[in-house]
Ligand binder design. Structure first.
Ligand code: AP5
Ligand code: MG
Length: 190
């Protein structure tokens, strides 16, 4: 499979649909949020830096995030395609990803944009707070994450549009429908 960038607001289902895509197409998966949470859990230097940003709903600085991403990408099995979940989140990260892949003669592939109304997003994240207790799933931090998404990340959709990579999927109330629309699109790429 080609590389895939899965893009959307907090709670839009990036992680959920990535798992389904990985199972169906047998590809690699990089969730930058999961990478950072792993570092925090292991008490690494990087984890100590990341923790404050995450708990406050802010983005980790671009230069740090870009170097982590390159290292993680190079550790992935070659030739299977990778799904990028939660990266890029800024124009600088998108430009860095484009450059990093070009240096390796790899293609950026396609971008999948998930559009979900904010009421649904909030309900999902508050529910996950009960089920999983993620440190940034409290209402105050969720609101900050939404604000950061709108100001820093959402404008990137236009960047992908210009690259001819943008493919938008809108939540209509059924996970099965969303998933079958995404699979129908990805099946055409194989
Ligand atoms: P990250 O972990 O990426 O969090 P996020 O973007 O806020 O997104 P979430 O993981 O909360 O949601 P999701 O879209 O994956 O949805 P999910 O499938 O879980 O990043 C966390 C933090 O790390 C950032 O705030 C930042 O500080 C830092 N960071 C990460 N990447 C960075 C970067 N590139 N640059 C700088 N900083 C970075 O679904 C949500 C819930 O809904 C789940 O419980 C799911 O089961 C449920 N759900 C219910 N119904 C559905 C449905 N129909 N479809 C999908 N999910 C559903
Ligand atoms: Mg996620």
């Amino acid at each position: 499979m080609k590389n895939i960038i899965i893009f959307g607001a907090p709670g839009s289902g990036k992680g959920t649909y990535s798992d389904e895509i990985v199972n169906r197409y047998n590809m690699g998966h990089i969730s930058t949020g999961d990478v950072l949470r792993g570092e925090i859990k292991n008490g690494t230097e990087l984890g100590k830096i990341a923790e404050g940003y995450i708990q406050n709903g802010q983005l980790i600085p671009d230069d740090l995030m870009i170097s982590i991403l390159a290292k993680t990408y190079d550790a992935m099995p070659a030739g299977k395609g990778v799904i990028f979940d939660g990266f890029p989140r800024t124009i600088a990260q998108a430009e860095a990803l484009k450059k990093m892949l070009a240096e390796r003669n790899h293609d950026m592939g396609v971008m999948i944009e998930l559009i979900v109304d904010e009421e649904t997003l909030l309900a999902r994240l508050l529910n996950r707070a009960i089920e999983q207790g993620r440190a940034d799933d409290n209402e105050e931090t969720i609101k900050k994450r939404f604000a950061v998404y709108h100001s820093q990340t959402a404008p990137l959709a236009e960047w992908f549009e210009k690259e001819g990579m943008r493919n938008t999927f809108t939540w209509k109330g059924s996970k099965e429908t969303m998933l079958s629309e995404i699979f129908a699109f990805l099946d055409t790429l194989k």
